[in-house]
Design a protein around this ligand. Structure first.
Ligand code: AHR
Length: 494
């Protein structure tokens, strides 16, 4: 019944490594505490950026990091965040808890973080409450090599050379927190603002327009109709929320199988959203020049009891590992259109990779999925046919298995498969077709746990982590594997 066929000679497109990108906003304890502790902190740091978090994130090879928001981006005035820290003006972070933002983490600090992580910076500019001039000057400040008021100011602030900057977002969620605009109005605003986002020297900016919220297909239609020529990418935001956004999203740890099922069903919706938005984009851009950039995705639950509701701090369980595994497989399968995605958010916020508590840091199950899946970065997507039984819960059903496969430049094949059924180990048989089949070595890694809400805590940091998968064999080109219930598996063939 459960069969996977993979044609090794049928390579599709490259899986852009930026699909494995991340997002870090000035929200709760993501930037402050999660990354930035300041130079005088007792927590080991490099120029104020904590070392443990950087070291952990380097292992998952973050290709691109989006900053400073989110909703924060359309209230952020970049000039407040440069120069001597003691002189930087403060602001109120009205979106996220009404706390005072001291602007100690600004452009220079972000660029340094990207250098430490070896990640490309992706900056979101302020359309909602910023001026065109402000946006233009930010790009000049960062990328202009010669003499100009902005470049000279950068040099005065200690950075002689410009930074390379490729990805620039012209606004964020301008249909909501970024100005409550109608798509027609934003399309015009986008055209106007992006005109002044200039390329300096050989720095070429890849301009990303604010895209739709979930299934707002009209937004995509209007943007593509009116501004396709001016954009390189169009974003899409979709969060997996088991309950309702405004009332009771659901607990991150206290749930039963009904919420497990509904959450994973909602995670699978990403496929439909990409297909439908992609179909609209195809009408205006059949060559697929314009990238779909899913620059916010992930699980969103009620905050941990006792924490600031505006800080969006939540735990991360085996269920989140499945959400990550499923969603990344979906992105891989749509590699022809999806060229970047940024999980929200890297540290201490929503579906985080790391959680920190003072000097302590733990890795989440989602982190481990990103570590396992990094083999797909820049590999070539392989055509697969997956025949899966259904996972039924009460009256509803969804496919029990979800997969993607790629081949890297050394000819190694990596298959990632999620078993969504929490009650049943599934035996999967796979046939690998190739004219010259010369793979003979097989290894597997699996992430699972005996409880659906299993998670890592500061007392038990290694409760959920990948293990070697023993139950697999390769006999000529026939692969047989048993996928444990509720698991994410990586199979590598050499
Ligand atoms: O990631 C949290 C918030 O979700 C972002 O600030 C916003 O863009 C989205 O609504």
């Amino acid at each position: 019944m459960n069969k996977l066929s993979i044609n090794l000679d049928q390579k599709k497109e490259k899986i852009n490594k930026n699909i494995y990108g991340h997002f870090a906003e000035h929200l709760g304890r993501c930037i402050y505490e999660g990354f930035w502790v300041g130079e005088d902190s007792e927590i080991p740091n490099q120029n104020g950026i904590r070392t443990d978090v950087v070291e952990a994130l380097k292992k998952i090879e973050i290709p691109v990091l989006r900053w400073p928001g989110g909703c924060f981006a359309d209230e952020y005035h970049w000039k407040d965040g440069i120069g001597p820290r003691e002189d930087r003006v403060k602001m109120v972070n009205t979106h996220w808890g009404g706390v005072t933002e001291n602007n100690h983490f600004g452009t220079h600090e972000f660029m340094q973080l990207c250098e430490l992580l070896d990640a490309e910076p992706y900056i979101s500019g302020n359309v909602g409450s910023g001026t065109i001039r402000e946006m233009q000057e930010w790009v000049d400040y960062i990328t202009f090599a010669g003499e100009s008021p902005m470049a000279d100011w950068r040099k005065e602030n200690g950075r002689e050379e410009p930074w390379p900057l490729k990805y620039f977002g012209v606004g964020n969620e301008n249909w909501g927190c970024g100005g409550n605009m109608r798509p027609e109005y934003y399309a015009d605003q986008y055209r106007n603002y992006q005109t002044y986002v200039r390329d300096h020297g050989d720095n070429e900016i890849f301009k990303i327009a604010c895209g739709a919220n979930v299934d707002d297909y009209n937004w995509t239609e209007v943007l593509m109709k009116n501004a396709a020529r001016q954009m390189d990418g169009l974003s899409l935001h979709y969060y997996t929320i088991p309950g309702e956004f405004w009332e009771g999203k659901g607990s991150s740890t206290d749930f039963k199988e009904d919420e497990w099922f509904i959450t994973l069903k909602k995670a699978l919706k990403m496929d439909e959203l990409i297909s439908k938005h992609g179909t609209i984009m195809d009408q205006y851009d059949p060559e697929k020049r314009i990238a779909m950039i899913v620059d916010e995705w992930g699980a969103w639950y009620d905050v941990e009891p006792g924490t600031n509701p505006g800080f969006l701090y939540q735990q991360n369980t085996l269920r989140d590992a499945l959400i990550a595994g499923i969603t990344l497989n979906i992105f891989n399968q749509h590699a022809d259109r999806v060229k970047m995605a940024n999980i929200a958010q890297t540290a201490n916020v929503l579906q985080a990779m790391v959680l920190t508590d003072g000097a302590d840091m733990i890795l989440t199950p989602s982190y481990h999925v990103f570590e396992m899946y990094k083999v797909h970065q820049d590999a070539e997507l392989l055509h697969i046919d997956l025949n899966s039984e259904n996972y039924k819960y009460e009256e509803q059903e969804i496919p029990a298995l979800n997969a993607s496969a790629s081949v890297n430049e050394n000819g190694e094949v990596n298959i990632t498969v999620c078993n969504l059924n929490p009650e049943k180990d599934i035996h999967l048989e796979s046939k690998l077709f190739a004219q010259n089949f010369d793979l003979s070595e097989i290894t597997g890694r699996v992430l699972t746990a005996d409880k659906l809400n299993a998670h890592n805590s500061f007392d038990n940091p290694d409760n959920v982590e990948p293990a070697v998968l023993e139950d697999l064999e390769l006999d000529s080109n026939n692969l047989k594997v048993t996928l444990p219930a509720a698991s994410v598996t990586l199979i590598t063939l050499k």
